[in-house]
Design a protein around this ligand. Sequence first.
Ligand SMILES: [Zn+2]
Ligand SMILES: [Zn+2]
Length: 144
Amino acid sequence: MSGENIRIEDLLKECSSSGLRRTAALEACLRALASAEQPMTLQQIAASSAFDVSCDPATIYRLVSRLEERRIVRRIGFHSRAAHYCLRESHHQDYLICRDCGSVEVLDIACPVEHLEKKIAQESGFSDLEHELEFFGRCANCQD
Ligand SMILES: [Zn+2]
Ligand SMILES: [Zn+2]
């Protein structure tokens, strides 16, 4: 099995232990998200070559919402029409979001608050800290 297949199998196990039924659509959804380098909209998931089953947009929305509730998938962006989704990885990423068109980019710099996380863990006694950073602005396309 390839690395990606192992990863999909792990995700499917996580899904079934949290009560999600293993369906072709669920598997296709995880494959599409796992194959993408950027967070995806629901339309992009449906259009992905890794999404190899036919299924209506409402079903994809329901699936992705369930994955989000179970914290397997993370939702990025505040525009509901331009919500983007990605797999919640063991290592995190921070994002840059356009407040005009809702486009999402992975922030291409070292995480600016990692040291802060360690400090907060030490001072608060919390363990397993994580954070999600979303920077909002206007993308290059929306500036002209
Ligand atoms: Zn924009
Ligand atoms: Zn970060």
